[in-house]
Write a protein that binds this ligand. Structure first.
Ligand code: DGL
Length: 269
């Protein structure tokens, strides 16, 4: 019985880790499309094709539910996949909504009209594709009014993390935070809108300063997954757990082991 977790690479491990802590009895099958990462510099059609292939692979392996633990795929491919129709008994869900519900102080499924919320100035850090999709702002507008969002496309950060070059990743995060602060000097909250970025959460917090609330998706997505599975226990699926990659399994396993600080062994997808 496994729930599928998909990302272009290693970032989805930040969601997987939180989900495993929250749901220790649930098995997860993780799929990293490392051969095609980063997605954030691709066009929407390309991201859609790659995401659909990976999700179909997870469904074929017995997962009923697949979480797109990737904001870029959630922004560029999720709605199109849902509109084109998913096979009976299968579901695919993204990672935006739990985060936006937390930011806008909403309970799951609260569909009341948009209203004013406490946070007024929000910095969004995400990949170029997520920023240009404006998906985050669209979802936010359904739920809140009067929130000023300044988005910063963080080119290069995902590549550096995937390559294991954390010194470069840190330098890039600092320069992207500086760039955001030039546009919005005093954000109240910052959203790490790419699942790779929680791996750099300390650097973001240091660069933003102690007064900025830094929001990541791991725990929020894990909590909403727990809620979803309680209401839909049949979505647990019947596949086995594990870690799959379209990249080089040895290299990807080493990076994942370093990030999660426990032995992770990827196999070829
Ligand atoms: N972790 C993905 C996201 O949340 C990464 C993106 C990429 O491959 O560029 O957007």
């Amino acid at each position: 019985m496994a729930v599928g977790i998909f990302d272009s690479g290693l970032g989805g491990l930040t969601v997987l880790n939180a989900a495993q802590k929250r749901l220790p009895d649930v098995d997860f099958l993780y799929y990293a499309d490392s051969a095609h990462a980063p997605y954030g510099v691709r066009n929407a059609d390309d991201i859609y094709q790659l995401t659909r292939n990976a999700v179909q692979g997870l469904w074929a392996r017995g997962c009923n539910l697949v979480i797109l633990a990737c904001n870029t795929a959630s922004a560029a491919a999720l709605r199109r996949m849902q509109e084109e129709g998913v096979p009976e008994g299968k579901r695919v869900l993204g990672v935006f909504v739990p985060l936006i519900e937390a930011l806008t102080e909403r309970q799951w499924g609260d569909n009341s009209p948009p209203r004013e919320v406490a946070v007024k100035h929000v910095g969004l850090f995400a990949t170029p594709a997520t920023v240009s999709s404006r998906a985050f702002q669209r979802e936010l507008a359904f739920r809140a009014i009067g929130v000023d969002v300044e988005a910063q496309a963080c080119g290069g950060v995902v590549d550096a993390i995937e390559e294991g070059d954390m010194i470069l990743a840190e330098a890039l995060v600092r320069s992207h935070v500086d760039a955001l602060k030039r546009k919005m000097p005093e954000p109240q909250a910052a959203i790490l809108g790419c699942t790779h970025y929680p791996l750099m959460a300390e650097t973001f917090q240091q660069a933003l300063g102690p007064n900025v609330q830094v929001l990541s998706q791991g725990d929020l997505v894990a909590e909403s997954l727990a809620d979803y599975l309680q209401r839909h226990p049949n979505m647990l699926g019947d596949g086995a757990d594990g870690f799959l990659t379209t990249g080089k399994p040895g290299f990807v396993s080493d990076r994942a082991t370093q990030f999660l600080r426990r032995q992770i062994s990827f196999e070829a997808a």
